[in-house]
Write a protein that binds this ligand. Structure first.
Ligand code: KIV
Ligand code: ZN
Length: 499
């Protein structure tokens, strides 16, 4: 059975752009519009031309730059708005005027100071006037979510009679429940006598977190156009997000719905909009959030590595994300660590992996997330450590302002534990003096470099050291979140080549 096509009306550049601080200049809007065209949206709502010369100009420039989607301009049910919108669409290959008026009790009496009859008359006049400029006219019944269904059916019938071919039923305040919104769409589909001449459109806001659920309920009950934004941006809590609706339709095949969207462009479009609008995407945002395909618990990581579908309903590649990420944290297991080390080119025996895992857990406890740089250091240090006959067993240091630093160090040297205590001008000096006492060697530190690996006070410090013995230089290296420990281990690393 052929799938039912749902038209994607993107309002990122109109409703989305109404977010405070997210305004784009014309060049940026053109960049977004081109990305939306590549994504495959059917309609781009490019602006509200009467609202500002900038918006007017943007609709003109987008109409010139983008040719595939219909370009839509928003108006109130006001003649001047419609004239300006028509003028802004003069270069559009296919232009649409989106006009409308409030139909709820609040809007009729407390915003427009009007009556239900007059609203129908004003709406129909606006539709007819818009129709005198363009063939494609969409009507919105503002606050339809809180409008009486019987009255709404009368409004819709009159607007279709006046020439509207798309009827938008906005849940302007994000108030309706999915079941109510679906019933509203079905009521209109069943009670408006000329509904076969128009497409019903959803336009849901997310004030109660139900925008996507309401939109889906609208589609299931007969709507065939959805008004959405990238990343769900928009007034207040935002609009329905394009990526969610598209991926629901794609994932739940029994709905038998399809759209023209190329899902592989979803992630790049999301990043573009987020960057240009300076509006970060929340990490747990469905489909495009940083954590949408990230697995952090050991059980989930093991499950995903065995078979992706165990914990993923969407292949991240489908939406243009190269792969699911296995976040290495203190909750990760050996399977995830082995997998990531493998990707970095390291293979270890089971015993060696167990040892790296011990260090990994200690490090992960003191650092929120382990990145590849940390792993390279851990793996590299372990490779060197495995080959050595000298290892640091314990280190205890007393230091701080007003105390003279003292360190007690225990070293395993050819299988035996040796301990010494020493003083110094700082914690590193005291510790290294203790190591020197144990090893009884006269050496000189030629170079000593401590560097943070990434950033943050929980970061690992890496230490490079050059130790001179009988005119020969020996190189030592280590890394730890404890820089005194890292310094002593780097010294031991160098000394292991001397003793
Ligand atoms: O939310 C709304 O009602 C709107 C209309 C102007 C379409 O954005
Ligand atoms: Zn809206």
């Amino acid at each position: 059975m052929a799938k039912d096509r749902v038209y994607i009306f993107d309002t990122t550049l109109r409703d989305g752009e109404q977010v405070p601080g997210c305004q784009l200049n014309t060049i940026e809007k053109i960049e977004v519009a081109k990305a939306l065209e590549e994504l495959g949206v059917d309609v781009i709502e490019a602006g509200f031309p009467i609202s500002s010369p900038g918006d007017f100009n943007s609709v003109i420039e987008i109409s010139k730059a983008v040719t595939e989607p219909v370009i839509c301009a928003l108006t109130r049910a006001v003649k001047k708005d419609i004239e300006v919108a028509a003028e802004s669409l003069k270069f559009a290959k296919r232009g649409r005027i989106h006009t409308g008026i409030g139909t709820s009790y609040y809007h009729i009496y407390h915003k427009l100071n009007s009556t239900p009859e007059e609203i129908i008359q004003r709406g129909a006049e606006a539709v007819r006037y818009a129709k005198s400029f363009v063939e494609d006219v969409e009507f919105y019944a503002e606050d339809a979510g809180r409008s009486d269904n019987k009255y709404l059916a009368q409004v819709v019938e009159a607007m279709i009679d006046a020439g509207a071919t798309v009827i938008n039923i906005p849940d302007t305040t994000g108030y309706t429940l999915p079941d109510e919104y679906g019933k509203k769409i079905k009521y209109l589909a069943d009670h408006v006598s000329n509904i076969d001449k128009a497409i019903l459109s959803t336009h849901c806001h997310n004030d109660l977190g139900m925008a996507t659920a309401n939109t889906m309920s609208g589609i299931i009950n007969g709507a065939r156009q959805v008004e959405v934004t990238i990343n769900g941006i928009g007034e207040r809590a935002g609009n329905t997000s394009l990526e969610e609706v598209v991926m629901i339709m794609k994932s739940r095949k029994h709905l038998n719905l399809t759209s023209n969207i190329n899902p592989r462009k979803i992630y790049s479009t999301s990043r573009l909009v987020s960057t240009l609008m300076r509006m970060p995407v929340q990490p747990n945002k469905a489909i495009v959030g940083r954590n949408a395909f990230a697995h952090s618990s050991g059980i989930h990581q093991d499950g995903v590595l065995k078979r992706r579908e165990n914990y993923e309903i969407i292949n991240p590649k489908t939406v243009g994300i190269t792969e699911s990420s296995i976040l290495l944290t203190a909750r990760s297991g050996r399977a995830a660590l082995k997998h990531r080390l493998g990707k970095l080119g390291y293979t270890f025996s089971k015993n060696a992996l167990d040892k790296i895992y011990e260090d990994f857990v200690v490090l992960a406890d003191s650092k929120k997330e382990i990145v590849d740089e940390d792993l390279k250091i851990l793996a590299g240090a372990k490779e060197r450590d495995i080959k050595r006959n000298l290892h640091l067993d314990k280190l205890q240091v007393l230091c701080g302002k007003g105390t003279s630093p003292v360190a007690t160090v225990s070293i395993i040297w050819e299988g035996e534990i040796h301990t010494a205590t020493s003083q110094g001008n700082g914690p590193v000096d005291a510790s290294i003096n203790a190591v020197k006492m144990i090893l009884n060697k006269k050496v000189r530190i030629e170079e000593f470099l401590i560097q943070a690996i990434t950033r943050g006070s929980d970061d690992m410090g890496k230490v490079h050291m050059q130790v001179e013995n009988k005119s020969v230089l020996y190189y030592g290296f280590s890394a730890s979140t404890d820089i005194v420990t890292a310094s002593v281990e780097a010294f031991i690393d160098a000394m292991s080549q001397i003793v």
